[in-house]
Design a protein around this ligand. Structure first.
Ligand code: AMP
Length: 288
């Protein structure tokens, strides 16, 4: 596995791969790799000839300075995991290279008025800016994002469409731990008790799935159930429990169109997000 620390090296590497007619698959991450990240790599291997991963803790997407400072940075472990998973090249830029005298930012309107966009001021602007920069540096044919961060994935698709970028976006399933908790680099901050209580999130999804299969289509009733389940686990704070339209990410009253049930909940100081895609016309009505 090749490790590139500067942009010129990446361009040189990608140029060589493309001259061999290799399709470039790209997995952007902030490191502290877990099986969720590695599942994106697996998907990339299936669809591309050369897999590039970036590892960059992107300061400008952190609206909370403490969260940025305590974000796990374990690059040597990451390199090992990436190599074992089959990554061909890792791009590891630093702040100076990405943001020295930086004045240009990318934003996606309307779709960021809800969910995390509403609660994390400036977060997505930082995400789109770094992703646009990384796309311009790596010039991938196809880039892989997790359903875990559904608003991020869907709005990056929108950015790509609106800005006429040529990269294809693939959204990959949420990978969960054996107990059902969605894998996240932030899970290491949970105490054993917080982690146990956090299982109310996936527990509430299971109940909602049963309700939907039984024919419940009222967003309000489903939301109330989730609020009850998660509320009973004594979270420190709930940012949102929302059911939004899959395409415009605004709240809906019923489930006649494809929708997303999304939650953001704090246990201790750790903010967890999780979601379920609901498509009552689909073969599988609930995907989480
Ligand atoms: P991050 O390092 O948190 O920025 O995540 C990098 C990519 O991994 C994003 O596209 C995430 O959506 C994806 N990801 C994070 N956690 C999971 C998970 N549990 N399952 C699938 N993909 C994930």
């Amino acid at each position: 596995m090749v490790v590139c620390r500067n942009i010129a090296e990446v361009r040189e590497y990608v140029k060589r791969e493309k001259s061999d007619n290799h399709k470039i698959g790209f997995v952007p991450t902030m490191g502290a790799l877990h099986d969720g990240h590695l599942s994106l790599v697996k998907n990339a291997i299936g669809k591309a000839d050369c897999v590039v991963m970036s590892i960059f803790v992107n300061k400008i997407q952190f609206n909370d300075k403490k969260d940025f400072e305590k974000y796990p940075r374990i690059f040597d472990e990451d390199f090992k995991k990436a190599e074992e998973a089959g990554v061909d090249m890792v791009f590891l830029p630093d702040d100076e290279m990405m943001y020295k005298n930086h004045k240009t930012y990318v934003d996606v309107e309307y779709l960021t008025e809800t969910l995390c966009g509403k609660y994390r001021e400036g977060h997505f602007r930082g995400v789109y800016t770094v992703v646009a920069k990384l796309f311009n540096i790596v010039t991938p044919d196809i880039a892989f994002f997790g359903q875990k961060d559904i608003q991020q994935a869907l709005t990056i698709e929108k950015m790509v469409f609106d800005l006429n970028m040529t990269v294809e976006i693939e959204i990959c399933p949420i990978i969960r731990d054996l107990d059902g908790l969605a894998l996240s680099s932030r899970n290491v901050h949970l105490s054993a008790d917080e982690r146990k209580r956090a299982l109310s999130i996936v527990g509430s999804f299971e109940i909602v799935e049963e309700m939907i299969i039984r024919g419940e289509l009222s967003a309000n009733s489903l939301k109330k159930e989730v609020e009850g389940q998660i509320g009973a686990s004594s979270p420190k704070k709930i940012d949102y429990i929302s059911i939004v339209d899959y395409n415009d990410l605004h709240e809906v009253d019923d489930l006649s169109n494809k929708a997303v049930l999304a939650v953001a909940v704090y246990y201790g100081d750790t903010r967890l997000i999780d979601n379920m895609i609901i498509d009552i016309a689909g073969e599988k009505k609930c995907v989480y």
